[in-house]
Design a protein around this ligand. Structure first.
Ligand code: 13P
Length: 249
């Protein structure tokens, strides 16, 4: 049985004070962590503060970085390394987010190098995949997603520290959610590809999150689908009331 995971990607939002206050509201609320894992991905500058709020409250909320660089240290102005996010309190990293791919030009090969980096450090990866609107409209959504998945996981031996997030780019921040049936269909494609690559047991264990305009009023129907094991939430994770409603779906 796969335990649901609800993850909040705070993207480039919130000051230190705002992030602390949001984390505190979540920690102060009733969440049944036996039913659902919860993860927060603040900006780099807020990881340490959020980690400390969660630690002080003694809650099992995980903290993730939204990205990381491939080198541990060096003359790479503006980059942040894995030892840095780890020491700040992150135990996982989101990689391959569509904003990294499409705004910052990250390639599958670069993302794959980071996947290896994170796994080698004993941390977990949330690997994002998802097609653009034109790729969906031209009938190429499945092949794009399978290609991103296969290349992102190249030479990865085990999926035990990997979560996949399917985020159709046209549904991110647009208010347009994939219908539960369309999301389920893609999740099934992803799980079938994983079965081919890693076998039945790994495919049945790996969690596949859906992301793209997940809100309190659509989370229940998405989560009702067989292959949707959680949500990667952007905008609605920035308001404690909405994110709590999603967690408590
Ligand atoms: P929204 O929920 O704002 O559409 O963002 C989704 C997302 O990109 C999460 O990583």
């Amino acid at each position: 049985m796969r335990k649901p995971l609800i993850a909040g990607n705070w993207k480039m939002f919130l000051t230190v004070e705002e992030a602390q206050a949001l984390a505190k509201s979540l920690c102060d609320s009733d969440i049944d962590y036996s039913k659902c894992d919860v993860l927060l991905a603040p900006s780099f500058t807020n990881i340490y503060a959020v980690h400390n709020v969660v630690k002080a409250a003694g809650k099992p909320i995980k903290v993730a970085a939204q990205n990381v660089y491939t080198e541990d240290s060096g003359a790479f102005t503006g980059e942040v390394s894995l030892p840095m996010v780890k020491s700040a309190g992150a135990d996982s990293v989101i990689l391959g987010h569509s904003e990294r791919r499409n705004v910052f030009g990250e390639t599958d090969e670069f993302i794959n190098a980071k996947v290896h980096k994170v796994l080698k450090a004993g941390m977990s990866v949330i690997l994002c995949v998802g097609e653009l609107l034109e790729e969906r409209e031209s009938g190429n959504a499945n092949s794009v997603v399978v290609s991103q998945l296969t290349k992102g996981l190249a030479n990865v031996a085990s999926l035990s520290d990997i979560v996949i997030a399917y985020e159709p780019v046209w549904a991110i921040g647009t208010g347009k959610t994939a219908s539960p049936a369309d999301a389920q269909a893609m999740h099934k494609v992803i799980r079938t590809s994983i079965e081919k690559l890693y076998g039945k047991a790994a495919a049945s264990e790996v969690r596949i999150l859906y992301g793209g305009s997940v809100k309190p009023d659509n989370v229940t129907s998405l989560m009702a689908e067989d292959d949707i094991d959680g949500a990667l939430v952007g905008g609605a994770s920035l308001k404690a009331v909405d994110f709590l409603k999603i967690i408590n779906y």
